[in-house]
Write a protein that binds this ligand. Structure first.
Ligand SMILES: *Cc1c(COP(=O)(O)O)cnc(C)c1O
Length: 378
């Protein structure tokens, strides 16, 4: 293909410039202003949660979220292993210790069984970070019941799942604190940005205070706590407001792309698409496939074949407990031998799920995948 096909790239809807222009025209080119306020308000309405703080990234939101939940030096924080490093880097920023939790085969997300097991080894975690991978919600009924039983607060990492639902409710509602990312590759983007969402004003006010350099209420700049420069700019928030206009359309298109792929692989016995389970309303931010154990092509064979056609694809997230930076951290598997997330990583990859792709382009990608698999099978 002449035109490169991307995994998931920024897709403007055309209304972004109007909000940016408004910010320029009124000289509100700062990390505060009407766009920031309105973007927060619109996200609150969309998610169905009362409070939001717009921040410079999803990572910043996780950092302040964990800090609010009381995570300090030496504390243990449970975190999904099958995720992007942005989920857990903040644990290290706070000098706390990640303990990674395995996935299950039904959701690919945190295994309730492994979480329960983790408490036997680490009875007093300070928080749990539950990730909604690739737009797929985690099994919140089971996971939150365990967290509640042990009195551990939950930070829901919805960076990849804006627009997805669990049992009819938007993701971003299930953690004591939830976060979103508007990085360039996410379902909507502000070029870079994030949001923290919560249920009470006290949490919102404290996070906002930290995010704006912890300025005490004095006539002069008075500081009693460490502060951060983590607020989203009014320009970026303007992009976010424009992007919100297209969110429903983007989610519908992601689901449509997934359905096209699922259909194209229906007759291929060597390919499984991301599973679904009771209550999961995935947004399919990225359509993932998992090759069966008897498939002779590896994900790298498929990635190379797609690259020849100028198509971007990539392996699934490499589990965090197998990353050199986290090699000394604890890990709790769902299995007695090996782990679910390592098995999934060895056999899975993400296909281009860009909302600007035509149906024909999606079908062409699927054809290259199918052809490659059958070529290796001979
Ligand atoms: C993108 C992402 C983040 C981090 O968000 P940034 O806005 O890039 O800092 C965190 N967790 C997951 C699962 C992500 O995909």
């Amino acid at each position: 293909m002449e035109k490169r096909i991307y995994l998931s790239s920024p897709h403007m809807c055309g209304e972004e410039m109007q909000y940016i222009k408004e910010a320029f025209d009124t000289n509100w080119v700062a990390p505060l202003g009407k766009n920031v306020e309105m973007f927060e308000k619109e996200m609150c309405e969309y998610i169905g949660r009362p409070y939001a703080v717009a921040l410079s990234s999803g990572s910043a939101a996780i950092h302040l979220g964990l800090k609010y939940l009381g995570v300090e030096q030496g504390d243990i924080v449970f975190c999904s292993s099958f995720t992007f490093s942005g989920s857990c880097n903040s644990i290290l920023y706070l000098n706390a210790e990640p303990v990674f939790i395995d996935s299950d085969y039904e959701s690919y997300n945190m295994s309730p069984e492994a979480l329960e097991k983790a408490y036997e080894l680490y009875p007093n975690p300070k928080a749990i970070i539950i990730v909604n991978l690739y737009g797929q919600p985690a099994k919140f009924d089971e996971l939150l019941a365990i967290a509640k039983k042990h009195n551990t607060p939950v930070l829901e990492d919805s960076a990849e799942s804006l627009g997805a639902t669990y049992k009819g409710r938007q993701t971003g509602n299930f953690g004591d604190i939830s976060i979103f990312s508007f990085n360039g590759n996410k379902i909507i983007t502000t070029s870079g940005g994030g949001m923290l969402m919560c249920n009470d004003k006290e949490t919102r006010d404290k996070v906002l205070f930290w995010a704006t350099q912890s300025r005490e209420k004095f006539p002069w700049y008075q500081h009693e706590e460490v502060g951060y420069n983590y607020r989203l700019s009014n320009i970026c928030a303007g992009i976010g407001r424009g992007q919100m206009r297209a969110l429903d359309e983007r989610v519908a298109q992601k689901r449509h792309i997934h359905d096209l792929y699922a259909n194209a692989f229906a007759d291929n016995p060597f390919v499984d698409t991301l599973p679904t389970f009771d209550g999961a309303g995935s947004s399919y931010w990225l359509t993932g496939i998992t090759l069966t154990k008897d498939c002779k092509a590896s994900f790298m064979d498929i990635i190379k074949a797609l690259e020849v056609e100028n198509i971007e694809s990539r392996p699934a997230w490499k589990p965090m407990h197998t990353q050199p930076i986290f090699k000394d951290c604890g890990f709790v598997s769902q299995l007695d031998k090996g782990s679910v997330c390592e098995d999934l990583f060895n056999r899975s990859m993400c296909l281009p799920s860009d909302t600007k792709m035509s149906d024909d382009e999606v079908l062409f990608v699927a054809k290259v995948v199918n052809d490659t698999i059958y070529k290796f099978q001979k």
